[in-house]
Design a protein around this ligand. Structure first.
Ligand SMILES: [Zn+2]
Ligand SMILES: [Zn+2]
Ligand SMILES: [Zn+2]
Ligand SMILES: [Zn+2]
Ligand SMILES: [Zn+2]
Length: 392
């Protein structure tokens, strides 16, 4: 077992030299995500140095035995070296006792420190590392040209970029997987869909069919060649689901609507077309106007704030749009003009300024095209989920 691990790590190390992020093994994506950066790290609490992939277990035992420290879900941590560095810097400034709660885990009188998401900083850090990891995976998938797969529906033996395969599914077989810019782990997604269809189950409504032809006909007629966004099994394939740190809460709310597997409701397929029906309330970027339809809200922004969202965002990619929205939200929250950054004491005066100066416009892209704006200013900001639904 130990020997096997060493071999695995050596492979990773030699590969990481040549590739942008060699350690990612896409055959295994989804089952286990190895750390993106493999380097030696200095312990959080002393000056011992550990090579994380080679001596992961020794490191964990060292933390436990020498420092009485436990790290929640340490095996599945994205970019553990970065995580360690973050806390090491923290503990240099503030002693661990003042940050991390101590707990007693056995009958002894030993106290242990537990680094977990119960700490707000820890939660934010893990979220950042997770998001960065997913974006790196996505970046790889966008550019990698070595993807091969037989088409699910025709005899095409595809080789090339994943996005082009998605385009083939859409153009030749009318399968609507949405904007590939929003997708990640595409390989695993395709396998999941193929598996579902092979079991003669509809990918959208989960209904079981007696034979393939009937299923194909059903999916075609009912427009079920797409993902049911209420089905949380598909959450991991959509980038938006990584933007919020508390996505789980949202899924729980959704559960009560998940009736699509029950026998009665299957007769009424119409119902599933509109997975958006549990309507999200979207708040205007510039005032507190609320709408449930993003396009109606965009009309309001154009009429009342002179801001044509679709037109302004034309040149931006998905992430730049997300960052722009988060940036505007933060500026408004801080009562600062999004365009000239002038600060106000009251929201009212800021709004007057925006109208008088016509400053509801996009500042220099460098202002908001920053990694910090990947993160939502407000939790559950529906605007972010619906960004791609804006029509020109
Ligand atoms: Zn140590
Ligand atoms: Zn095909
Ligand atoms: Zn169906
Ligand atoms: Zn408004
Ligand atoms: Zn201004």
């Amino acid at each position: 077992m130990a020997a096997k691990e060493v071999k695995f790590c050596e492979e990773l190390e030699s590969e990481s030299e040549s590739k942008m992020f060699g350690p990612l093994n896409f055959d295994e994506v989804g089952t286990h995500s190895p750390q993106v950066t493999y380097s030696e790290v200095v312990c959080l609490l002393c000056d011992n140095i550990f090579n994380i992939p080679l001596s992961f277990e020794i490191f964990v035992r060292h933390l436990f035995e020498v420092h009485n420290l436990l790290i929640e879900d340490v095996q599945t941590m994205d970019n553990l070296p970065e995580y360690i560095r973050y806390w090491r810097d923290k503990f240099k400034q503030t002693p661990i006792e003042e940050i991390v709660p101590a707990i007693r885990i056995d009958s002894s009188h030993r106290l242990f420190f537990m680094l977990s998401t119960l700490l707000e900083d820890d939660k934010k850090l893990r979220h950042r590392l997770k998001l960065e990891h997913v974006l790196k995976v996505q970046e790889f998938e966008r550019t990698d040209t070595s993807y091969t797969r037989m088409c699910l529906f025709c005899k095409l033996d595809f080789e090339g970029k994943r996005v082009d395969f998605i385009a083939h599914l859409e153009n030749h077989h009318n399968m609507q997987l949405g904007n590939p810019q929003n997708l990640v782990y595409i390989e695993e997604l395709v396998e999941k869909i193929a598996e579902t269809v092979d079991k003669l189950i509809c990918m959208f409504c989960n209904r079981l069919f007696p034979e393939r032809m009937v299923l194909k006909e059903h999916m075609r007629k009912k427009l079920h060649k797409r993902i049911n966004r209420r089905n949380s099994d598909y959450d991991k394939f959509f980038i938006v689901n990584y933007l919020e740190s508390d996505k789980k809460a949202k899924n729980v709310n959704r559960e009560k609507d998940e009736v699509y597997t029950s026998e009665d409701s299957l007769n009424d397929d119409e119902e599933y077309y509109d997975w958006n029906e549990k309507e999200d309330v979207i708040i205007c970027l510039f005032c507190d106007k609320r709408e449930t339809d993003i396009n109606i809200l965009c009309l309001h922004m154009e009429a009342d704030h002179g801001f044509d969202f679709a037109e302004c965002m034309k040149e931006f990619d998905f992430y730049q749009k997300v960052k722009f929205v988060n940036y505007v939200r933060r500026q408004m929250h801080r009562k600062r003009c999004l365009y000239c950054d002038v600060a106000f004491t009251a929201v009212r005066s800021l709004q007057n300024h925006l109208i008088e100066e016509e400053h509801c416009k996009i500042p220099d892209i460098k202002v908001f095209d920053q990694p910090e704006f990947y993160f939502p200013t407000y939790e559950n900001d529906a605007f972010l989920y619906l960004i791609d639904d804006v029509e020109d």
